[in-house]
Design a binder for this molecule. Structure first.
Ligand SMILES: [Zn+2]
Length: 65
């Protein structure tokens, strides 16, 4: 469960982020050469239904180790 950093409301998780005007999602990757081939994966988005705070996160943090 993710809690809003601002108002402590339970956030709506598992939303996706898309670039407007295209069907493209955003893929994040590190600049670290060692990990360059490893994409971190698609970011997920959580939205606070109370204040509108948006939080972007990744589910699989193992790829960041
Ligand atoms: Zn909030």
């Amino acid at each position: 469960m993710r809690e809003c950093l601002r108002c402590k409301t339970k956030m709506i998780e598992n939303c996706s982020i898309k670039v407007e005007g295209g069907g493209y999602g955003i893929v994040m990757a590190t600049d670290d050469k060692r990990l360059f081939a490893n994409r971190i994966g698609k970011p997920k988005v959580a939205i606070c239904p109370n204040c509108g705070e948006v939080s972007i996160y990744v589910e699989n943090t193992k790829n960041l180790e």
